[in-house]
Design a protein around this ligand. Structure first.
Ligand code: GLN
Length: 484
């Protein structure tokens, strides 16, 4: 595929401007690739849920008209992109991986969708995810699990598993994901692509179906750090329709990628070693740190004494918020409605039929931790622990410009292997949830392999310092040549 068309945002834009190919032909090429990866014999990736070819072709024609007239092309001209199915696109089915919204058509575009289309991207369609973004494997989708392109017997991670799989299998060049507790970075790590979590408030969430409102983020999954920087440049910025979206100037991330200041201090989180960390993942990450040190980075050790509390904290805060956010799916306003004799029975039957097991578990847990008598013991405690973790991070950032950890304690696991043990599934979020809880930016970049499966390296930065996060990721990418 990439033999015929360039595989970076910059090269596609340049090729279109020079008339080497058309956006229309490029879109057609990607739809062929989608058909091939979804063909039953492959075995099917089961990543794409809904295609919007007509809409992508209208966009492609707009870009081609600009190119023909010799007009300057917008920054993401012709970028073939996939959208996680928790983000609203007007007139397009938006399922959230749930039976509840199987036939729900969004009545408006999310702000990120408007921004991407204004920037010339071709939105090819919607991709699979864990139901309402709750999960780490995409197995919680009502539409079946997505397969990892590196090994079809394994999960692609989650909840943005479809987003990571389509970037890795070449049926999209980039994708939007959402990250509440790791859902961009963990699948990026499992599939060997780049996944960027922006600062809380950096990217508008207007049009994102809410899971945990104090934790939800939208961000890109890409093949390269440069593409992630270019996408963030378009996605970032204030939005009057999202009160949590910050009015902070948006730097030209892509232009600053190479400008890593000398003596860059990278803090290695000492509590990240050990515990459930796979020894081969550890060895791969330690090799990466040695190479970064060899390239002039100053590697220092930092401590996050409350790291051990982050998973419990996350699963209290996230479920509490989810139980409130998911109350809106009651059969009245959105999606599924069950037949019943009374209103109460209709609510019950709709929620019983519409939600899968994991979503029900989260609603029950979240309702419990918020209930009177348990609120102080769980929810309030979790808020305190969240503040302690944020303080740990502030202290660490007094010693280092960036922090580094493995993205995940292990590599992609087999489909079915963990689905019956939710606790084991949750524990693997240890390195990703702190950034969401503190609202800081983080990235996962491919860093090698362990037993033939991709390993991710995570950099975390200070609030709104995506520039340095991207610079460090770019430096690592330039040092690291993936095995042929
Ligand atoms: N694995 C985490 C969870 O299940 C993260 C999900 C997410 O980031 N959306 O909640």
């Amino acid at each position: 595929m990439s033999d015929t068309y360039p595989a970076t945002i910059a090269a596609i834009r340049a090729g279109l401007a020079q008339g080497e190919f058309t956006a229309r032909a490029l879109a057609g090429h990607y739809y062929e690739r989608i058909a091939a990866t979804e063909a039953p014999a492959a075995p099917a990736a089961n990543a794409w849920l809904t295609l919007c070819r007509e809409r992508a072709e209208v966009q492609a024609d707009r870009v081609d008209a600009l190119a023909r007239q010799g007009q300057p092309l917008p920054p993401l001209a012709g970028l073939p992109l996939a959208v996680k199915d928790v983000i609203s696109m007007r007139g397009v089915r938006t399922t959230c991986g749930s039976r509840m919204l199987e036939h729900y058509i969004a009545p408006y575009d999310a702000t990120v969708i408007e921004k991407l289309e204004t920037a010339g991207a071709l939105l090819l369609g919607k991709v699979n995810c864990d139901e309402f973004a709750m999960g780490s494997s995409t197995e919680n989708s009502a539409f079946g699990p997505t397969r990892n392109p590196r090994d079809p017997s394994r999960v692609p991670g989650g909840s943005s598993g479809g987003s990571a799989a389509v970037v890795a299998n070449g049926s999209a060049l980039a994708a939007l994901g959402s990250d509440t507790g790791g859902s961009i970075r963990q699948p990026a790590a499992f599939c060997g692509v780049v996944g960027l979590l922006p600062t809380y408030g950096r990217v508008s969430r207007y049009g994102l179906v809410a899971f945990g409102s104090s934790l939800d983020h939208i961000g890109p999954l890409t093949r390269s750090v440069d593409d992630a920087a270019r996408l963030l440049g378009v996605l970032a910025g204030p939005d009057p329709r999202d009160a949590t979206c910050a009015d902070v100037p948006v730097p030209d991330y892509a232009a600053q990628l190479a400008a890593l200041p000398a003596g860059f201090r990278i803090g290695v989180v000492k509590e990240a070693w050990g515990g459930g960390l796979d020894s081969q993942v550890e060895a791969t990450v330690r090799r990466a740190l040695d190479r970064l040190a060899g390239a002039g980075c100053d590697i220092v050790e930092v401590s996050l004494p409350h790291l051990h509390a982050s998973i419990a904290t996350y699963y209290i805060v996230a479920t509490a918020e989810a139980s409130a956010n998911l109350a809106r799916f009651d059969g009245v306003r959105y999606g599924l409605r069950a037949e019943a004799e009374s209103l109460g029975e209709m609510y019950r039957k709709t929620r019983e039929a519409g939600f899968g097991a994991e979503v029900k578990r989260r609603i029950l847990l979240g309702t419990y931790v918020l209930s009177s008598g348990y609120y102080d013991a769980y929810y309030r405690k979790a808020q305190l622990a969240r503040a302690l973790l944020a303080r740990d991070l502030d202290r660490a950032f007094a010693q280092a410009d960036l922090l580094v950890t493995p993205t995940t304690p292990g590599t992609a696991f087999k489909i079915g292997e963990r689905i019956s043990n939710p606790l084991e599934m949750y524990l693997a979020d240890i390195y990703t949830v702190p950034a969401d809880l503190a609202g800081i930016p983080a990235i996962s970049v491919p860093c090698g392999e362990a037993a033939g499966l991709p390993v991710g390296l995570q950099f975390m930065g200070r609030h709104f310092d995506e520039t340095r996060v991207l610079q460090a990721a770019r430096l690592w990418e330039s040092l690291h040549t993936p095995p042929a």
